[in-house]
Design a protein around this ligand. Structure first.
Ligand code: A2P
Length: 340
């Protein structure tokens, strides 16, 4: 890694992902000589903790990026659309967690275990993929390299933290209200999320899929770098605080057995295989929360097609699905000397 010490900004530092970004920068001892926290005017002046010291949240303004080397953005699509080009013009490299730039052909969309080389063509904006997509493509990459994946059918079980801190509060409040025989209030989600499942993440599109579902379809192809992979997704919000789960069925061109998949994944960085049905060992959000790895289990041959595999993938959506992946991108940029 380069010996350079950077001025790093976290945009959206008071949010669920922004707070985790600060935590991950600290835990991984990212080489920053200064870390700045930015958010909206509403929370300017709030104190956040970093490496045992208090840092004061600054209001995000167009001049915020002067003298800043790297900015990790997680303040929503409209903030990214407006401010990422301003930062980029000021020579600050942006790693953006929103969906604003992901499908822009000029912008690399990167999961460091999968397509780190794509960083080499960056023009100061790099997109961090959708949380459900990140955790799916990490274990699929070595399988694709070995057996070429033709088709993916995925159903997700996504935690409320993916929607942000207000959604975490909404689930907490609804659970408390229901245990006290009170009516629930729905502000973030259109229906009660406590003790329920909502087959609706992000907005519905003209084709009746949700935007989240189409993110999984389009981003998977871009990250793996193979437009011929067919992907179909159903994304569901479930009453879990941290950790997305996914049931994934793949069809490959070449035969690969469940046993071979298990062996491949055991070797692959960032993946931990938890797969021993007889001992009741399989991944679950309660184990994945707070962890860095993508956990894979329930790996089975799908005998209904010639070359098919089923698996169950779980990861902490705020860490590998967002903050950790963003910091890993920054580390990879340093390693490849792509930060001027
Ligand atoms: P703020 O606390 O000032 O509202 P989450 O995804 O958990 O809801 O967090 C969203 C993050 O994005 C928060 O840090 C929030 O800051 C920040 N944010 C939202 N709108 C803006 C804006 N217009 N300018 C800067 N930061 C924003």
């Amino acid at each position: 890694m380069s010996s350079r010490e950077l001025v790093v900004g976290v945009v959206g530092a008071t949010g669920a992902v922004g707070r985790e970004m600060l935590k991950v920068l600290e835990q991984r001892n990212f080489p920053a000589k200064e870390v700045r926290a930015l958010a909206s005017k509403r929370s300017a002046g709030t104190l956040l903790e970093f490496k045992g010291k208090k840092i004061k949240v600054e209001e995000l303004v167009p001049d915020s990026f002067k003298g800043m080397d790297l900015a990790l953005f997680s303040a929503g699509g409209s903030v990214s659309k407006k401010f990422a080009p301003i930062a980029a013009k000021d020579g600050c490299i942006v790693v953006d967690n929103s969906s604003a730039w992901r499908m822009d052909p000029e912008v690399p969309l990167v999961v460091p275990e999968v397509n780190p080389k794509d960083l080499e063509k960056h023009k100061n904006i790099i997109a961090n993929p959708n949380c459900s997509t990140i955790q799916m493509v990490v274990p699929l990459k070595p399988i694709h390299d070995q057996a070429r994946i033709k088709r993916i059918v995925v159903s997700t079980y996504q935690a409320v933290s993916g929607t942000g801190h207000k959604a975490i509060e909404e689930l907490e409040k609804q659970v408390r209200a229901l245990f006290n025989m009170q009516d629930v209030e729905c502000n973030v989600y259109p229906y009660q999320i406590a003790f329920n499942c909502l087959p609706h993440i992000d907005v519905f599109l003209d084709n009746d899929y949700t935007k989240e579902e189409m993110k999984m379809v389009n981003e998977t192809k871009k990250i793996i770098g193979d437009n011929s992979i067919k992907v179909t997704a159903t994304t569901v919000r479930v009453p879990v605080f941290y950790g997305h789960s996914e049931s994934v069925n793949i069809e490959t061109e070449k035969k690969i057995t469940a046993k071979e998949v298990r062996a491949l994944l055991t070797q692959f960085p960032g993946v931990k295989v938890l797969d021993n049905p007889k001992e009741k060992i399989y991944p679950m959000p309660i184990f994945a929360a707070g962890e860095d790895d993508v956990f894979v289990g329930r790996i089975r041959d799908d005998d209904t097609i010639e070359n098919g595999i089923n698996m169950w993938i779980v990861a902490d959506n705020i860490r590998k699905g967002a903050a950790l992946n963003a910091v890993q991108i920054a580390e990879e940029l340093l390693k490849r000397e792509l930060i001027p």
